[in-house]
Design a protein around this ligand. Structure first.
Ligand SMILES: [Zn+2]
Length: 316
């Protein structure tokens, strides 16, 4: 059976896995992404992790690498915001030299595009085409698969779905604009909304759950409180549902997708969020587009990046 190496470089962890051609993870290991030292430190870490995996590159068909930032069509990485000191870099070249592995057998891609490939090929995307992935986590990201490939745009940077506008007068987004999906349906966005509501509701069970400490407030607090019927938490859930529904309706109208897959930590709220958001999105979207779209939860979470990177490697 052929083996593929997937490397998922994240802002916090670097994860690696060996996959077989059916997408099954044979082995997996991870380490802390270096906070300094740039590419050289990252390459050294990958060397250490690969030793843990105990596999020779002679046994690997090809390698896929996901990075949390823009990657252009030629595979050049452009200054990932969470990887200090990277700048503009041909990462495949560095890795090829270090591992003494042919460069043409290494593919580097944007992590969201690769996660979408993983869902499309082996996950809940189920090879639906077009398929849209949105991830609701620290940020809001996404990718669009069309004809089996991530939609790249002219330069390779397309599908910044987290910056679709939801509320023109909403909170400031990291991109400088107000009211993007990322400013509202991300971890931070939901906490901000929850805090505003919580301040006006001293009777909410969430106060007890967080020990009156703002730093303890997370989307999970809101989810758990909503599950037991807390009115303040249910208000947050309702607002988040509305924001998500607008995003989904826009995605339906633009891409006419066969499936929309929703991943990231926030999607673990499950049907309490997805159920009403799905219904409202279909109500808002144009009828002929809304008719056949399926909106489902992702299959892969912590290992989506590794599976996606190896999936991209299988296509070389
Ligand atoms: Zn934005």
């Amino acid at each position: 059976m052929k083996k593929y190496l997937g490397i998922d470089i994240g802002g916090t962890f670097t994860k690696t896995g060996i996959l077989d051609e059916n997408g099954a993870i044979i082995s997996f290991a991870k380490g802390d992404t270096p906070k300094s030292g740039g590419i050289e430190a990252e390459i050294a870490l990958i060397g250490e992790i690969l030793e843990i995996l105990d596999i020779s590159t002679d046994d690997i068909e090809s390698i896929g690498v996901g990075v949390p930032g823009p990657v252009d069509r030629s595979g050049m990485v452009h200054s990932p915001p969470n990887l200090k000191g990277w700048g503009e870099v041909d990462f495949a070249k560095f890795l090829s030299e270090f591992l003494e592995f042919p460069k043409y057998k290494i593919v580097v891609g944007n992590d969201a595009n690769l996660a979408a490939l993983a869902e499309y090929r082996f996950g809940n995307g189920a090879r639906a085409d077009p398929m849209v992935l949105i991830t609701l986590g620290t940020g809001v990201g996404g990718a669009v698969i069309i004809n089996g490939e991530p939609m790249m745009g002219k330069d390779g940077f397309a599908a910044e779905l987290g910056h679709i506008l939801i509320e023109p007068d909403g909170p400031r987004c990291g991109c400088g604009r107000r009211g993007c999906a990322e400013a509202l349906i991300s971890h931070k966005g939901i906490v901000r909304i929850a805090w505003d509501i919580l301040k006006k509701d001293k009777g909410s069970v969430m106060w007890e759950m967080i020990g009156s400490n703002f730093d303890e407030l997370t989307p999970l607090t809101v989810q758990q409180a909503a599950d037991i019927g807390d009115p303040a938490a249910n208000k947050v859930l309702k607002i988040t549902t509305r924001h998500l529904a607008i995003l989904l309706a826009d995605l339906i109208n633009i891409f006419n997708p066969e499936r929309i897959v929703i991943g990231g930590g926030i999607s673990r709220w499950g049907e309490a969020l997805l159920g009403p958001a799905r219904k409202e999105a279909k109500r808002q979207a144009l009828k002929h587009l809304a008719k056949n779209v399926k909106i489902v939860r992702a299959k892969f979470y912590q290992r989506a990046g590794v599976i996606g990177a190896a999936t991209a490697a299988m296509k070389i």
